[in-house]
Design a protein around this ligand. Structure first.
Ligand code: MN
Length: 423
């Protein structure tokens, strides 16, 4: 039975509220340690619980599958990601079946349930993968156009932009899990209107609302992935905040692009939502004009309807306020196009690599995916309910990205990625 047939009807014996991000239709994967201690292992989020897949595996519940998954008693999803669609499908179906309301295997085994379910609020979540390489794209036409306007270009989009997914190779070593503090970086920047560099803490710290996808099976060096096969290399998606120091970026980026302005931290959400869970939310992306070159042409809907939100809470605020909302479907270039483009030279992707979308902005002033755009390069600071204003982030600010797909009576959500700025 296909995933999309199941989604409307199935229910779990675990109670899940309609606004939970983690119903039985989702089943995102993550790496966690139980509250009682013990080594990190693979888990699946369901409602307010984490289901311990290593424990289920030890109980023999994955035995006899057509394609058996790798060892789940492990500290990263890389081996599972490497398994490919056959093992992902078989595992997802097994876990979904075990969680169904009408299946007694786990439901009626009180002892195994005690050993396999942990309260989500009590576990320690780790980075989901060992990320070998991280690439960041620039695939929102609204974002790229806003940046062009902010920097005074008559034609906001550069001439290459509609022909290829612009990107750069980022820094994988500083990808951190949600909750990690973000230390305000110091660097070289030239005060506005000058060409004389100054050294000190960035005065223009920003966030970028992005989503990223994890590579499943890689490709051999020298062998590009044809676009028709690109999605078979996509394991799943997470939220990404690509923290950026705009003053450092402005001074350093010509001619080779971002370097220190973005290498100090990139935060990701801990749960990876499998591509299969997003199938009911697949939609056509924006029309592409002019038509891209043949290696980038795809004739299926390659976008996904994922509602996204940015929340800010300053040190004096008692609760966060939503400062922007956007949607993943706005992206001009699809994940399949990004992946095909990335590998067209023969560049080899490896399991666990992270490819991020670039800042996801919508077409309205309240749907911008960065403060650079929301406050228009500092010229229109946003006003918060506390009376404070923000052109860029201040120490003590807590920034949270969240997002979900809205189904009929359920949500397939991504949880959240949070970071607090510290001096
Ligand atoms: Mn970015």
């Amino acid at each position: 039975m296909s995933d999309s047939c199941l989604t409307m009807t199935i229910q779990s014996f675990i109670n899940v509220s309609p606004d939970s991000h983690f119903p039985i239709q989702n089943l995102p994967y993550g790496i966690f340690s139980p509250p009682t201690g013990g080594a990190p292992r693979v888990g699946v989020a369901i409602g307010d619980w984490v289901l311990d897949l290593a424990r289920l595996q030890a109980a023999g519940l994955f035995a006899g599958m057509m394609v058996e998954p790798p060892d789940f008693a492990t500290s990263s999803l890389n081996a599972f990601m490497d398994g490919g669609t056959a093992v992902w499908q078989a595992t997802r179906q097994t876990v979904q079946t075990l969680l169904r309301r009408d299946n007694p295997t786990l439901r009626d085994d009180a002892q195994l349930r005690r050993q396999a379910f942990w309260p989500l609020a009590d576990v320690t979540l780790h980075l989901p993968a060992q990320i070998g390489d991280y690439t960041d794209f620039y695939s929102s036409i609204e974002h790229a156009s806003n940046v062009g306007r902010i920097f005074g270009r008559d034609v906001p989009l550069l001439e290459n932009w509609r022909h290829l997914p612009v990107g750069y190779h980022g820094r994988a070593s500083s990808v951190v899990n949600s909750g990690a503090p973000i230390h305000r970086p110091s660097g070289q920047w030239a005060p506005r209107g000058t060409a004389v560099p100054h050294f000190g803490p960035t005065q223009e710290l920003d966030f970028e609302l992005e989503m990223g996808f994890f590579i499943g099976p890689g490709n051999a060096l020298g062998q590009p992935v044809p676009i028709a096969q690109a999605e078979a290399h996509i394991f799943g998606l997470a939220l990404v905040n690509d923290w950026s120091a705009r003053d450092i970026q402005r001074w350093e980026y010509r001619p080779l692009g971002p370097f220190l302005a973005k290498n100090f931290a990139t935060s990701i959400s801990p749960w990876v939502v499998p591509l299969a869970a997003l199938a009911p939310f697949r939609v056509p992306g924006p029309a592409q004009e002019p038509s891209p070159l043949p290696y980038l042409q795809a004739d299926w809907p390659g976008a996904f309807d994922i509602y996204l939100e940015v929340q800010l809470q300053t040190a004096v605020m008692h609760e966060p306020v939503t400062i922007s909302h956007s949607n993943f479907r706005h992206l001009y270039w699809s994940m399949a196009q990004q992946l095909a483009h990335h590998t067209i030279t023969g560049c080899n992707l490896r399991p666990g690599d992270l490819l991020a979308s670039g800042t996801i902005s919508g077409s309205t002033s309240d749907s911008c995916g960065s403060l650079l755009e929301l406050a228009w390069n500092g010229s229109r600071p946003i006003v918060l309910p506390s009376g404070e204003t923000r052109a860029f982030l201040q120490d003590g600010d807590r920034l949270t990205l969240t997002g979900w797909c809205q189904g009929d009576g359920y949500r397939v959500g991504f949880g959240a990625v949070t970071g607090v700025v510290v001096a």
